[in-house]
Design a protein around this ligand. Structure first.
Ligand SMILES: CC(C)(COP(=O)(O)OP(=O)(O)OC[C@H]1O[C@@H](n2cnc3c(N)ncnc32)[C@H](O)[C@@H]1OP(=O)(O)O)[C@@H](O)C(=O)NCCC(=O)NCCS
Length: 200
């Protein structure tokens, strides 16, 4: 059923979601330095998939300000991913609100190149998805990616999200090429984490 959510700003959120190896927490304005450095270090890997690889410092500061503001209004839950072992910010995960009234959300993510290959993003996606179903009354959590972005698609595949299909010639990649979009989802009734490693 649809529900009335007259004041999304009053929906309780969290200070941090604590996983085995990462912590997910709302972005802060003072994330700027670590975010900027992470993007500089990861430009080549970000550029094919995301539009902000070559943004200016002012653009990043402006983005961060909007993310902090939208956390308060619950328009977008933009979060940093912190590596527990070092305390460093290693990436970003966003829970985009498609509709509070229907409990529909979408997750987007990136992480610095030096943090890749450890399962950190898969863990962060699990934490955020669990929060959406367990505390935000989600009906659906979706992940979309460029059909050519195999590493991104591997995250929902690894976690047992259901592949829903491919939207052909759906969007323009940062280089202007028209690309296909893969769609994955988990819904409330799905078994959660059937394909995830037993240690999690
Ligand atoms: C998409 C992106 C976040 C994926 O990063 P990733 O390192 O592949 O993902 P994870 O952090 O979940 O790590 C998974 C890797 O760690 C390995 N791993 C090690 N320990 C693991 C564990 N405990 N659990 C899960 N995976 C583990 C996996 O085998 C996998 O490695 P493989 O690809 O060699 O098989 C990253 O490539 C990225 O930021 N890309 C640029 C931005 C981008 O494309 N964003 C998405 C736009 S839609």
């Amino acid at each position: 059923m649809q529900r009335e959510v007259p004041y999304p700003s009053q929906i309780p959120l969290f200070d941090e979601l604590i996983g085995e190896r990462v912590i997910v927490r709302p972005h802060r304005l003072d994330d700027f330095d670590e975010l900027w450095e992470a993007i500089q270090q990861s430009r080549d890997e970000l550029r094919p998939w995301l539009p902000f690889a070559d943004q200016s410092e002012e653009q990043l500061r402006d983005w961060l300000a909007h993310v902090v503001a939208k956390w308060i209004t619950r328009e977008l839950l933009g979060m940093g991913i912190v590596e527990r072992a070092t305390g460093h910010l290693i990436g970003n995960i966003g829970l985009m609100v498609r509709g509070w009234n229907i409990g529909s959300f979408e997750i987007g993510y990136w992480q610095r190149t030096s943090a890749a290959g450890h399962g950190y993003m898969s863990e962060a996606v699990r934490l955020v998805t669990d929060f959406a179903f367990d505390h935000l009354d989600a009906n659906r959590v979706m992940i979309r990616c460029d059909a050519e972005n195999a590493r991104s698609a591997a995250v929902p595949q690894r976690l047992g999200f259901t592949p829903e299909g491919c939207m052909r010639r759906d969007f323009a990649a940062p280089n202007g090429a028209i690309r296909d979009t893969l769609v994955f989802s988990m819904i409330r009734d799905d078994p959660r984490w059937p394909a995830a490693p037993a240690s999690h």
